[in-house]
Design a protein around this ligand. Structure first.
Ligand SMILES: [Zn+2]
Length: 307
């Protein structure tokens, strides 16, 4: 079941609903705590009776945990449904299911998640929000930020825009917010400065397209930073140039050209149908080649296997 501090009282299979139901209760030490803050609190009432939480499937069968959901009288929050050790407060899904959906969100499309996990489109968003709220507490996304890229991306068929900021050193997205104007970008620099005094001044390079609203804000908030006209300000873009950058794009100048890739350009085609001739085979590295000591054993093993 993947639950902790929990007593499993019984497990039943409901032929009517075609689901497995595990009847559970928190262990004594985990009982009588406020669901919001975890403070010990006195009993208040039975709340709305028994309640179910969707858990990870057992094969193709859906599994639910079912338990009483009484309320306690928290000195801070007043009458609140008590804390349960298997799920976040006010969530209808267990920690395990939340975690799996959040991981899937980093690996595949939202549509794929709704079909695989059999949950609603909006539920995916709710789960991501609450998992990230917990995760973000222990992460300083702005730590060591030096070289950043600022860009805008559209969604809703170009009717709405997000301003995004990426860290060129780690290749990660560090900030994003709806909007594409000075006020939105100012919010990023406000958040950066709020995370640590002097962090705006530590930015050394900023890549962006030729938008004035980006250039103006960057010039004011990071006056010492080198502003670069990067043809691709995404995290997957080319590495930052080590030589001094252009000050900025000329008015009216757009991003650098990206010649379209054509299948014909690559001999043998793409994907699993790609054929690799003997002459194209990736050469094995010889043991004599100088390389990092800790990789030597792995490379030798690789050579042995292929011999
Ligand atoms: Zn509380």
């Amino acid at each position: 079941m993947g639950v902790e501090n929990t007593v499993i009282e019984a497990i039943e299979f409901s032929e009517v609903e075609d689901i497995v139901i595990a009847h559970v209760r928190p262990r004594r030490a985990a009982r009588g705590r406020c669901g919001r803050c975890g403070t010990r609190a006195a009993w208040y009432d039975h709340g709305e009776g028994r309640r179910r939480w969707r858990s990870l499937d057992l094969g193709t069968v859906e599994v639910f945990l079912e338990a009483d959901a009484p309320r306690v009288n928290c000195p801070v929050h007043g009458p609140t449904v008590r804390h349960v050790p298997w799920a976040r407060h006010a969530a209808g899904h267990t920690f395990g299911l939340d975690q799996q959906v959040a991981w899937l969100a980093t690996q595949c499309s939202k549509s794929a998640i709704t079909q695989l996990m059999r949950i609603a489109w909006r539920t995916v968003g709710s789960i991501i929000a609450r998992v990230w709220a917990d995760t973000a507490e222990g992460i300083d996304a702005f730590a060591g930020l030096r070289r950043i890229g600022i860009d805008e991306i559209s969604y809703k068929r170009n009717h709405k825009y997000l301003t995004v900021v990426v860290d060129h050193d780690t290749g990660r997205l560090v900030w994003a917010k709806a909007g594409r104007d000075r006020a939105t970008l100012e919010e990023f620099f406000d958040a950066l400065e709020a995370s640590g005094e002097g962090r705006c001044a530590q930015i050394t390079h900023v890549t962006a397209d030729g938008a004035d609203w980006i250039a103006d804000v960057v010039r004011r908030r990071c006056p010492a930073a080198v502003r670069c006209a990067d043809p691709s300000t995404s995290s997957a873009g080319p590495p930052m140039p080590s030589t001094p950058c252009d000050e900025r794009l000329e008015p009216g100048q757009t991003r650098g050209p990206h010649p379209p890739r054509r299948l014909a350009e690559r001999p043998g085609g793409y994907g699993r149908n790609r054929t690799r001739s003997r002459s194209q085979a990736r050469p094995l590295r010889t043991v004599e080649e100088p390389r990092e000591p800790h990789r030597q054993a792995a490379d030798e093993a690789c050579v042995d296997r292929q011999d």
